[in-house]
Write a protein that binds this ligand. Structure first.
Ligand code: AKG
Length: 364
């Protein structure tokens, strides 16, 4: 173990695991950062029995397991090190970016029965959603509202103005083009919501129509291409707030966010892209010209054939995907044909929690 004096004193003390510093039942911290003295320093330290014992200048004693220090210390070799912070599973650093050809051998998928019965299979599905952005469950019973049961295998349903779920089928008076037989180009859902639903599920109950194939595009891969090919356009799209809106008889939603959102370290973290609900930008003309040039370039990349993963959802298939990363689409279908999907929203934090708990059992 390296000399604790080489570590930040406040960092080390803030992580003291003793019962005085943390509730022994739930592990939550019991002190405020301002409770620590201004001149805090290590008075003595010794390494014994797999622990680092520290006596602080204010008389407090701490004991840190060396295994914990090796994994967590900023100069250690654990998973939280190296300035990469993959602990935030939402950014490009924790993803495998893809092109359509990467799935020539098949989609990430599992059978519903195995997903329910086998925790390892369920973890593999959730891991695919986290790393690749999507997975398909096959053989999900084609019963009304079953999509909610799928969401509840890993999280909580996000209720919106569309209700707990929405029916994607041809409606007589549609409040959304999704509820017609028109082609829908690649988009993320509900960019007019803040926070946006981070997961979407689409469960196919019926698909006997001519057309109506599904499409996915990896928005992180598209943004990565934009960054390589036109860095200034990429930067512009990360710093231009774009208004999105949805309005019908009972609802009016507005959100203003960039098309490409990056985290504090500049890594791609969220894509919002929806030509149906983008509003009117109010900027000086020169800024608008620059924005539209960048927006058009990004849109053209998204539409590149090599990025379009096209497949057909059959009855019993349920597509689960990351709505902050993947754009989804469908081809037009025969208006008189029978096509009916049920969709709902959920969130990545619960999916991550379910996966972490499943992994705990695998590791045990
Ligand atoms: C949506 O529900 O957001 C859609 O884009 C519909 C997708 C589909 O019909 O396959």
């Amino acid at each position: 173990m390296s000399d604790p004096r080489a570590l930040s004193g406040y960092w080390l003390r803030d992580n003291c695991p003793c019962d005085e510093c943390r509730d022994p039942g739930n592990g939550q911290k019991l002190f405020q950062i301002t409770d620590l003295p201004a001149d805090l320093a290590v008075r003595e330290s010794t390494e014994r029995d797999g622990h680092l014992a520290v006596l602080w200048t204010d008389g407090h004693r701490s004991r840190y397991p060396l295994t914990w220090l090796a994994a967590a210390a900023p100069d250690g070799h654990g998973p939280e090190t190296a300035g990469r912070h993959p602990g935030d599973h939402r950014t490009e650093a924790a993803k495998r970016l893809w092109r359509a050809a990467d799935f020539a051998a098949g989609l990430p998928e599992a059978h519903w029965d195995a997903h329910l019965a086998d925790p390892a299979e369920r973890a593999a599905v959730l891991r695919a959603v986290r790393h690749l952005g999507f997975a398909v469950l096959r053989g999900v019973p084609t019963t009304d509202r079953q999509v909610l049961a799928v969401a509840r295998t890993f999280g909580h349903v996000r209720v919106t103005n569309y209700g707990e779920l929405f029916d994607v089928r041809v409606e007589p008076d549609p409040n959304n083009l999704a509820f017609t037989s028109a082609a829908i180009t690649p988009h993320t859902d509900n960019p007019y919501r803040d926070p946006v639903p981070t997961l979407q599920l689409l469960h196919c109950l019926e698909n006997a129509a001519e057309g109506g194939d599904s499409g996915l595009v990896d928005g992180f891969a598209a943004a990565d291409l934009l960054r390589t090919e036109a860095p200034e356009d990429f930067a512009l799209l990360t710093r231009t707030p774009v208004p999105f809106a949805f309005r019908d008889r009972t609802t009016e939603l507005h959100a203003e966010r960039p098309l490409i959102e990056t985290d504090a370290l500049g890594r791609i973290r969220e894509i919002r892209f929806n030509n149906r609900s983008i509003g009117t930008l109010r900027l000086p003309a020169a800024d608008l010209d620059a924005f539209y040039a960048a927006y058009r370039r990004f849109a053209a990349i998204i539409l590149r054939p090599e990025l379009q993963l096209t497949f057909r959802l059959d009855p019993g298939d349920c597509l689960v995907f990351d709505n902050t990363r993947l754009l989804h689409a469908r081809t037009a279908f025969d208006h008189d044909g029978h096509r009916h999907l049920q969709g709902c929203y959920a969130d990545l934090d619960s999916l991550g929690s379910t996966l972490a708990v499943l992994d705990r059992h695998t590791e045990a």
